[in-house]
Design a protein around this ligand. Structure first.
Ligand SMILES: Nc1ncnc2c1ncn2[C@@H]1O[C@H](COP(=O)(O)OP(=O)(O)OP(=O)(O)O)[C@@H](O)[C@H]1O
Ligand SMILES: [Mg+2]
Length: 695
């Protein structure tokens, strides 16, 4: 696996006072106890989707969100921390540190970890600072899991290399599985979708039959929210329909029928704390439904027979309910559903002959097509339109200045979850991607197969719009199927192409592109930029600006040490190309009178070449065209400082004199005449000297 950058949460746990334990006991017994401890801890970590990174002594390190990204990495790590505490044998206690940050994931060498980064060191530091039995979380973890846990007062822990120490909070208790979203105060748009849901409900009532509606849309686009609105509308109906909800979980043991179990428990008022006998009593003569709840009620039945009975019992049960009043059953997040649940839902939709509206929400990763005999429809929830999104931002963030609100509308591109998260961040930084958004998008990207993910990353390097030819070229040995990226709604095909003979696609969402790009190591980004630029140069045509951008990105001075650690001819060649294309693109920009662009392009080229003086002179010319005397003067001064070459110097003076004469209006204060004379004579001095030997 190639190295990747990830946003992850790292957990360190260490047995407090375990040396005492070792002292007192027979070494064989200590070892057995430690083995049991390791096994139990590893089991808790794995069931929550974490990866055990290593055991060292009595300490355990685990990563959540690496190697595979997880949208709720922080919540999972904290839930695991508590689960680990609960699993301990009597007499043992753990100190736990949890911290979130960017890490690099790579193939582990012997004795080293597969994740690395400052976040890992800080997690270890927090573990050492935690009291026995305590869980300490870094600030970024606490922010990511805000609302899902209760935290104690902030604290600062000293750490090497951190002058201000590390801010953290003790974690007191869990409140919910995942961080709750939004305030739900405002609701905008979605009239058409609500109307369609409403009609589906009416159809199920009028026909006294099951209707299945699947609402499909991106993470955060508002599926759950639209359902909540529908819920409220349904509450006003006469007779009031019975409404039940359940949610598929992304991880856990024995969760196949979880959503139906939730609905059933709510319906029968079964509590988490009820003993199995009580649950059986409430199920009455429908004991087989207990399979849904994880009860062992199948006895000696063949598994297939048990399944058939379970299906029949559910159909029966729902029919009975629905013949009293309409039933609306919502199953959330079926993209996480396991096949047995989907089969059961399909069975309900097919066989219930009474008013049942069966609703499912799913992200575009959900690839099931329902049985053709089912009255099923799919509603695609598209992003909010520009106006509607603007009004949402206005409602939620009227305290923010209009230009910041505009940036939020633009960056969120109609996704209300992104809107909410960007508003949270708005006071800090206009361009960063909120951790929450990053995590959701990265997790979806990591669900892709290796080839498709590589293609998405290569495309991300090319840009928001990209062409298939170079993508195939860049991913090398992979054979990606772009149709998958399309069907999961990451990318959309354009009807026309800006590059002749090439099929053009765009990222549906710019933030997806950014997150895919951010997942690449700097070294990989540089390589892909260079490869794409090479490809583009090969196809010919007029692409100076694109070539300039990609060559320059390939050799960013601030990253060149990690991107091209061996330096050498290849780097030199790329730098030379970057300078060439930046200069050409600047020329083109100047001819269009895009003078600031021209200056920016030339600025980028300066650190990449030894011939800086020449570039400064061109920058000066751009400033002259822009009638900016001060900037021009500064640029000429730099040009003069940077060259010893007499000829270049005299040419520079000549230009200076010429420009100042030609555009006298550009000076805030005109240079005095004797200074201009001085420039002229310096320009001429060289010319005279040059002519002397020829006489
Ligand atoms: N039409 C809307 N008006 C105002 N706020 C909205 C609207 N739609 C969604 N939101 C808000 O945006 C956030 C994300 O919406 P929601 O949770 O419904 O997304 P989702 O599609 O269910 O995402 P996921 O796939 O992650 O479950 C929520 O806080 C929600 O209240
Ligand atoms: Mg949802």
């Amino acid at each position: 696996m190639a190295d990747e950058r990830k946003l992850a949460t790292i957990l360190f746990a260490d047995l407090a006072g375990s040396t005492a334990l070792a002292d007192e006991q027979d070494p064989e017994r200590t070892r057995a106890r430690l083995e049991r401890f390791y096994d139990a801890m590893a089991a808790e970590i794995r069931v929550a989707g974490g990866t055990v990174e290593k055991f060292a002594g009595d300490a355990v390190m685990a990563a959540f969100g690496a190697p595979e990204a997880l949208e709720d990495h922080a919540e999972r790590a904290l839930h695991t921390a508590f689960a680990m505490q609960r699993r301990l044998e009597a007499g043992l206690a753990l100190r736990i540190g949890v911290n979130t940050g960017e890490v690099v994931v790579g193939g582990a060498r012997e004795n080293s970890s597969f994740v690395s980064g400052d976040a890992v060191n800080v997690a270890a530091r927090l573990e050492r600072a935690a009291a026995s039995g305590e869980v300490l979380a870094g600030e970024r973890t606490a922010a990511a899991a805000r609302g899902a846990f209760e935290f104690g007062a902030p604290r600062t822990v000293e750490a090497k290399g951190k002058p201000g120490g590390v801010a953290c909070r003790p974690v007191l208790r869990a409140l919910s599985l995942m961080r709750p979203r939004g305030t739900g105060r405002v609701f905008v748009g979605r009239d058409g979708e609500l109307e369609r849901l409403w009609r589906a409900y009416r159809r199920s009532v009028d026909r006294a039959a099951a209707v299945l509606v699947t609402v499909v849309g991106d993470a955060g686009v508002g599926k759950t929210r639209v359902m909540r609105e529908l819920w409220q509308q349904l509450a006003t109906q006469e007779p009031e329909p019975l409404r039940r909800t359940g949610r598929c979980l992304p991880y856990g043991d024995g969760i196949t029928f979880w959503p139906l179990a939730e609905a059933l428990k709510e319906h029968l008022a079964i509590l988490e704390s009820d003993p199995p006998e009580e649950v059986r009593r409430r199920l009455g003569n429908r004991e087989i439904l207990g399979l849904t709840l994880g009860l062992d009620v199948a006895g000696d039945l063949h598994p297939l027979a048990a399944r058939d009975r379970l299906h029949a019992a559910w159909v029966d049960f729902v029919m009975e309910q629905a013949s009293q009043r309409p039933v609306v059953l919502l199953i959330e997040d079926v993209h996480w559903a396991e096949p047995p649940l989907l089969e059961l839902l399909e069975r309900l939709a097919r066989d219930v002959r009474a008013p049942l509206l069966l609703l499912a929400t799913a992200r575009p990763d959900f690839a099931r097509s329902w049985d053709a005999r089912v009255d099923a429809e799919t509603i695609l929830l598209e992003p909010l339109s520009g106006d509607v999104a603007t009004s949402l931002v206005e409602e939620l963030a009227d305290q923010l200045p209009p230009d910041v609100r505009d940036v939020i509308v633009r960056r969120a591109e109609g996704n209300p979850f992104f809107v909410e998260e960007l508003i949270q961040l708005a006071n800090e930084d206009g361009v960063a991607i909120p951790d929450s958004v990053q995590a959701v998008l990265a997790a979806r990207i990591d669900l892709l197969g290796e080839a498709e993910k590589a293609a998405l990353q290569a495309a991300a390097v090319i840009g928001r719009a990209f062409w298939t030819g170079p993508v195939y070229e860049l991913v090398g040995e992979h054979w990606p199927d772009l149709a998958t990226l399309e069907s999961r709604d990451f990318i959309r095909r354009r009807h026309t192409s800006s590059l002749e003979g090439e099929v053009e696609y765009v990222f549906k969402h710019a933030l997806t592109r950014e997150v895919a790009y951010n997942g690449l190591t700097k070294a990989r980004r540089a390589r892909l930029h260079a490869d794409f630029a090479g490809w583009l140069e090969g196809v010919g045509g007029e692409h100076a600006a694109l070539l300039a951008y990609h060559y320059a990105e390939a050799v960013r001075p601030e990253d060149v040490d990690v991107a091209w650690p061996d330096g050498g001819d290849e780097l030199e060649l790329l730098e030379a190309k970057a300078v060439t294309w930046l200069s050409r693109a600047a020329e083109a920009a100047m001819s269009r009178y895009e003078l600031q662009d021209a200056v920016a392009l030339l600025d980028r080229a300066i650190p990449l070449t030894d011939d800086k003086a020449r570039l400064w002179r061109r920058i000066a010319r751009a400033h002259a065209l822009n009638y900016d005397g001060d900037a021009l003067m500064h640029a000429f001064e730099r040009a003069l400082e940077l060259t010893e070459d007499e000829r270049q110097r005299s040419e520079t003076y000549a230009e200076l004199a010429f420009e100042s004469g030609l555009r006298s209006g550009m000076w805030r204060r005109r240079p005095p005449e004797h200074v201009v004379d001085e420039w002229t004579s310096r320009a001429l001095a060289h010319v005279r000297r040059e002519r002397v030997p020829r006489r």
